[in-house]
Design a protein around this ligand. Structure first.
Ligand SMILES: [Zn+2]
Length: 172
């Protein structure tokens, strides 16, 4: 995975880009949703195989899962203090951006993007994001620095461009 800091870049940039239609609550909720798919790493502790559809990068990394979470979130639109379609769209973008970013990483298994239709693990052909080392000690190493550099270039820079593009469109 890209580091957790980078997964949240997409919902943060989108929310700040579109402005007030995203409430503060929805902003934090969507940010959380961007890391939600990786809660499947609990499968490692439960003895679920990595390659299983229930394992890491399995069903939680699918388009179907993103739609499901977005539909569920929509039911709580009032609590999230935003309009239902805004909740749906932002939640969907936040969740689905996670596997799409994982597909750009250079390690591990691919993601089950098309689950339940197919359990095939997929990657993009071009994978410029260095996979992040596990554990804090490894993170502050030369490899950790390489990961940060690739994420700044391939996640944060496009996110910042997205933010200003959305702002520009809003002004018009
Ligand atoms: Zn992931």
């Amino acid at each position: 995975m890209p580091t957790i800091f980078s997964h949240v870049a997409v919902p943060i940039a989108t929310s700040l880009g579109v402005g007030k239609i995203v409430s503060r609550r929805l902003f934090f909720f969507a940010t959380f949703c961007a890391i939600l798919p990786d809660f499947d790493t609990i499968g490692f502790k439960l003895g679920i195989a990595y390659a299983s559809q229930w394992g890491h990068r399995g069903f939680t990394h699918s388009i179907a899962f993103a739609v499901l979470v977005a539909l569920l979130a929509m039911c709580f639109a009032r609590l999230l203090k935003s309009r239902a379609w805004v909740v749906f769209l932002l939640t969907f973008i936040a969740v689905v951006s996670h596997p799409l970013l994982d597909m750009l990483t250079s390690g591990g298994l691919g993601v089950a993007l098309y689950w339940p239709y197919s359990n095939e693990r997929v990657f993009f052909d071009y994978r410029p994001i260095a996979v992040s080392p596990i554990g804090i000690a490894n993170f502050f190493s030369a490899r950790g620095w390489r990961v940060i550099q690739s994420e700044l270039l391939w996640v944060w820079l496009p996110s910042i461009i997205l933010l200003f593009t959305l702002r520009g469109m809003r002004r018009k």
